[in-house]
Design a binder for this molecule. Structure first.
Ligand code: PEP
Length: 256
């Protein structure tokens, strides 16, 4: 059985108290986690505290970003080793907000993916087209370029640790969700790229999350699609009840 993977990206939200309350609710209310992989990605400063609360629950913790270097004069940055130290198993890399607001290039993202793996972190690598690119029918070209670039330094044997998140930029935080069919079409493309770039076994085992306004109301339909293996959830991961319902939708859609 292929496990689905639901991750929450808290972005720059919640204060310390609210973060701990949310993690505590997930700790006490999330059940049946043997059938699904779950993680939350809080802001850096709360990572250690949240990792402590979620210890031994089966809910993993991830960073939202990391630098390509292990240490040095990089004011404001955090290394992969530091994330590990804070209790992280995962790290989001190449989120569209990093690409578009902070100007991260495909090459920088590729270096981060390589470094994350060498630090023993499991990268969640985000790809996705802008609205303009979709209107210009450049979705396939954009996603293919981002995928091939991000994974250019990854060995086939390391791909089991990699998750891809397809996040159409026009659907992130907008309330506008890709239809299940739109998501499945791009996920199928990503799976075939993985087959060509690595091999069919990698393609088959690859977890491809959908991200972009996933909510309790649309999660079951999205996760029911053949190629949709989970969700990267922003806004709805900030409320325990909503995130738990999305996890539940994932559990009932576990793929065989
Ligand atoms: C995200 O930031 O990864 C995301 C998908 O956000 P939202 O669910 O709020 O659209």
């Amino acid at each position: 059985m292929r496990k689905l993977f639901v991750a929450g990206n808290w972005k720059m939200n919640l204060d310390r108290e609210q973060s701990l309350v949310l993690a505590g609710q997930l700790r006490s209310e999330a059940g049946g986690l043997e059938d699904i992989t779950v993680a939350v990605c809080p802001p850096f400063v709360y990572l250690k505290g949240i990792a402590d609360v979620l210890k031994d629950t089966g809910i993993g913790v991830g960073g939202q970003n990391m630098h390509t270097e292990s240490s040095g004069a990089f004011t404001g940055e955090v290394s992969g080793g530091m994330l590990r130290d804070a209790g992280c198993e995962y790290v989001i890399i190449g989120h569209s907000e990093r690409r578009h607001i902070f100007g991260e290039s495909d090459e920088f993202i590729a270096e981060k993916v390589k470094k994350a793996l060498s630090e023993g972190l499991k990268p969640i690598v985000c790809v996705g087209e802008t609205l303009e690119q979709r209107k210009n029918e450049e979705t396939q070209k954009t996603v293919s370029r981002q995928f091939e670039s991000a994974l250019q330094y990854v060995d086939k044997d390391d791909m089991a640790a990699v998750t891809i998140a397809y996040e159409p930029v026009w659907a992130i935080g907008t309330g506008r969700t890709a239809t299940p069919q739109q998501a499945d079409d791009v996920h199928a493309l990503i799976r075939s790229l993985a087959g060509d770039f690595f091999d069919p076994e990698v393609a088959e085992g690859l977890i491809i999350q959908y991200g972009g306004s996933v909510k309790p109301e649309n999660a079951a339909d999205l996760l029911g699609k053949e190629n949709v293996d989970g969700a990267l959830v922003g806004g709805a991961s900030l409320t325990a009840a909503d995130f738990l319902q999305i996890i539940e939708a994932g559990r009932t859609n576990a793929k065989s």
